[in-house]
Design a protein around this ligand. Structure first.
Ligand code: NAG
Length: 166
């Protein structure tokens, strides 16, 4: 091994550590590590993002996936077989969740403990909101709604893991 090769290898291992480790450190602690990893590695902002920047990317995905759940609930609501009105409750709770998630920006700095607690409270409420939608349907939950809400819950719960690392 030539000294130059050695030097380049050492430098490369350092440069890879900066971002590789942030995503690699946090994502395994989430309930869907591969979704976390894939989402962050696919985002062009990730390589230069701090933990807050990565958290904001996760927040955007939490908002989008909750909106997608709301859209599915609305589509189901238009069908005649929504006799019991579960979809109505789901539409309401998903709207509440989106409202709570919208209130999370900008993500606070770690030193601001009070704001971090407030953030976690909003995120936890959003998670409960989306779970309420599932509970309304129970075993009768249409598969497309279950899939959408499961993704939303994955992203929202990811936010809690990032909040702990701010
Ligand atoms: C994370 O995602 C990248 C790119 O999609 C992939 O190459 C890598 O194997 C993934 N790592 C883990 C731990 O899943």
């Amino acid at each position: 091994m030539t000294p130059l090769f050695l030097l380049v290898s050492i430098l490369l291992s350092f440069s890879c550590k900066c971002q590789g480790d942030l995503i690699g450190d946090v994502c395994p602690n989430t309930r869907n590590p591969s979704l976390c990893n894939q989402t962050l590695r696919a985002d062009i902002r990730s390589p230069t993002a701090s933990i807050r920047g990565l958290g904001e990317i996760i927040l955007e995905n939490a908002q989008a996936s909750t909106q997608a759940t709301l859209d599915v609930a609305k589509a189901i609501n238009n069908k005649k077989d929504n006799i019991v009105g579960e979809a109505d409750i789901c539409i309401k709770t998903c709207n509440d969740a989106i409202h709570n998630l919208n209130g999370c920006l900008p993500l606070p700095k770690a030193r601001d403990r009070e704001s971090v607690s407030a953030l976690k409270a909003k995120v936890t409420t959003a998670l409960t909101d989306v779970s309420t939608c599932d509970e309304e349907f129970g075993a009768r939950e249409p598969p497309q709604l279950k899939k959408a809400s499961s993704k939303a819950k994955d992203f929202i719960s990811m936010l809690l893991v990032f909040a702990d690392r701010l």
